[in-house]
Design a binder for this molecule. Structure first.
Ligand SMILES: [Zn+2]
Ligand SMILES: [Zn+2]
Length: 640
């Protein structure tokens, strides 16, 4: 008996019944067999001992594969656990998966501080040095249960996840063994760079009702150099952390009573308003009409569009019963905008009809997922919906893509587009999906040279173009989006009267240029490290009088710069201290005025890049500020 599996190139491979991933690799070639670390079967990373089934889709993982890093990091988690047990034999292990940044291990029955972490890390380096073979062992359920007699966490895993089969897989290295499905690298020596990063707390199984465990984060790489590079980027990222900068510049806060609910303080609101005005301008260029719709609606609204099915069932929507009726907070603005479209008779001549809104939406993100401004529960999208005819798709999508490129350039971001296609939860007939995907593809082909395709990542109503930007230190963020939708107009019964005098469904474009203002702000704060371009800076100019005698002249100057955001530093400090404070506050320009300037009617100017010069008139400075703001220059350049 033999079975067939499918390889990445679509070809079929015939292997014996009960063949493993490794057997299949040997079937392809001996070299590949020898190099096999693991496999990806139907999208899941599995051990090379995994037994294949008929029609499985198989990818062989070697140390050259992308997935190798994940395997190596899971092995690093085991190395950490082994080192921990050598130092703290009473510690109880629970789970220790790899992550996109490295790995973590949740442990019980032990309290760790920074010093302990250093000791454990040193021991981990010993284990890597010892180059221990990592071996898979299958044991009986009885033996496994006996081994974990006094570890109720592992017992629970045995009961639940390892249920079914009688054979339980362990991985062993030296004196250490751990209940584990794998996969792993061949020996601890394959880990080139290993570092423990931080100690945190986490509930067992992420459930607040459960015991609080100690979580240790770490990372690992095949080489020391890759680790160094990662740590350097991490240090840079920490310096730019938007939560820290947000506090330092008094931009926003997210108090405990509003998890995922940012509060904009005065300075943060200045930036937000500038962003909104900027987007309003772009919306006008694109022909949008601004509307406003309520957050609170009856749930029946989203039953009509199909959002209810997509959001409510995932628990992503806030909804509750009141007076025997189900209400909810809108998770998207599409349904309300569709109502506005629907509220009037529409003719083909009027199309496209484009509605935009700074729409505040609420989504029930899990508390563990919340992260500063980057992931929140209450957010405002620069949302927009264009209702168009089919023959307008190409032009409209292209226009949106062009404005997105232009707009992100204003912030110094590089843009990559990602085409995301039909997901599993898709609604609507296949032909419509194909048509929509082709339309987006064509628009992309006409606008950009390259773009990425991510299968099955689209929305339930249609395929998307995701906007991914690269920030100043090379990190990628997904922000805006342009989506094409043939489904919601049908679900909602949207119609327009065509040239033929008959009713047709419009096509809908969903788009957000910035995405959510919160997330964009978070990314932007880190991108600029708080050094905002003049047009966005909450405080654009600070006037520093040398002594209190120069305060009157300072006030005159402030008056002359009336259209800009100017503050006077009136604390009785030395000039040196005033300059330092303005630098700390990341103010683009300082004007320094002493007796000489006051008597000559001139100003001395210093910028946050520490350029300084004197003898300017306030008029020439003001003219320059106007230009710098209008052109949205990224850096202050009055002083070259
Ligand atoms: Zn494991
Ligand atoms: Zn929408």
């Amino acid at each position: 008996m033999s079975i067939q599996v499918e390889l990445p190139d679509g070809s079929k491979l015939e292997v014996g019944e009960n063949a493993t991933v490794e057997d299949a690799a040997y079937e392809i070639g001996e070299g590949l067999g020898n190099d096999t670390v693991a496999g990806v079967v139907n999208g899941d990373l599995v051990a090379k001992e995994h037994v294949l089934s008929q029609d499985d889709q198989l990818v062989i993982v070697t140390d050259q594969s992308e997935e190798y890093l994940e395997v190596l990091r899971h092995s690093a988690a085991h190395v950490f656990a082994q080192a921990l047990k050598r130092k703290f034999p009473d510690a109880k292990l629970t789970i220790g998966p790899w992550t996109s940044e490295g790995f973590y291990y949740d442990i019980a029955n032990v309290e760790l501080d920074q010093e302990d972490l250093e000791e454990i890390e040193e021991e981990a380096h010993n284990i890597i040095e010892e180059d221990l073979d990592i071996e898979r062992k299958e044991v009986s359920r009885e033996d496994a249960e006996e081994f974990y007699e006094d570890n109720r966490f592992k017992q629970e895993i045995l009961d639940q996840e390892a249920a079914g089969g009688d054979k339980i897989s362990f991985y062993e290295q030296g004196e250490f063994r751990d209940l584990c499905k794998g996969p792993h690298v061949e020996s601890t020596g394959e880990i080139g760079g290993f570092k423990l990063l931080e100690i945190a707390g986490a509930y067992w199984r992420g459930d607040e009702e459960n015991e609080m465990l100690t979580r240790v984060y770490g990372t690992a790489f095949p080489t020391e150099e890759e680790l160094e590079e990662f740590l350097e980027q991490r240090r840079e990222a920490e310096k730019r952390d938007h939560r820290r900068i947000g506090e330092e510049m008094n931009l926003f806060s997210i108090p405990d009573f509003a998890p995922g609910g940012p509060h904009y303080h005065r300075a943060g609101m200045v930036i937000r308003r500038e962003l909104e005005e900027y987007i309003r301008g772009k919306n006008e260029e694109l022909g949008y009409e601004e509307v406003w719709t309520p957050e609170l609606n009856k749930a029946e609204l989203w039953k009509k569009t199909g959002h209810y099915e997509a959001f409510k069932e995932d628990g992503e929507m806030f909804a509750w019963e009141q007076d025997d009726t189900e209400y909810g907070l809108k998770p998207m603005n599409c349904a309300n905008h569709s109502h506005i479209f629907h509220s009037d008779k529409r003719s083909y001549r009027e199309l496209p009809i484009k509605l935009s809104e700074f729409g505040t939406v609420n989504r029930n993100e899990q508390s563990g997922e919340l992260s500063g401004l980057l992931r929140v529960r209450t957010m405002t999208q620069d949302d927009g919906h264009a209702y168009i005819r089919k023959d307008q798709i190409g032009e409209e999508v292209r226009k949106h893509l062009e404005i997105i490129i232009e707009m992100y350039e204003d912030f110094g971001f590089e843009v990559n587009f990602i085409l995301e296609t039909k997901p599993e939860k898709a609604q609507g007939p296949d032909e419509l999906w194909e048509e929509a995907e082709n339309a987006l593809k064509n628009a992309l082909d006409e606008t950009v040279d390259v773009y990425e395709v991510k299968p099955e990542e689209g929305a339930f109503y249609g395929p998307k173009i995701g906007v991914e930007v690269e920030d100043a230190i090379g990190r990628e963020w997904q922000l805006g989006t342009v989506q094409l939708d043939f489904v919601i107009p049908r679900n909602y019964g949207l119609k327009y009267v065509g040239k033929d005098n008959r009713e047709h469904y419009p096509v809908m474009i969903h788009r957000a240029i910035l995405g959510s203002i919160e997330r964009f702000m978070g990314v932007m704060i880190e991108h600029f490290a708080g050094n905002f371009p003049l047009w966005l800076a909450p405080e654009q100019v600070r006037i520093l009088p040398v002594s209190d005698e120069n305060l009157d002249y300072a006030r005159e100057l402030k008056e002359e710069l009336g259209n800009f955001r100017v503050e006077i530093e009136d604390r009785s400090w030395t000039v040196g201290k005033k300059i330092q404070a303005a630098h700390d506050d990341r103010v683009p320009y300082m004007i320094i005025v002493g007796d000489d300037e006051a008597s000559e009617g001139t100003i001395s100017v210093r910028d946050r890049e520490e350029n300084e010069d004197r003898g300017f008139t306030v008029e020439e400075f003001r003219e320059h500020l106007k230009e710098e703001v209008a052109e949205k220059r990224l850096e202050p350049d009055f002083l070259g």
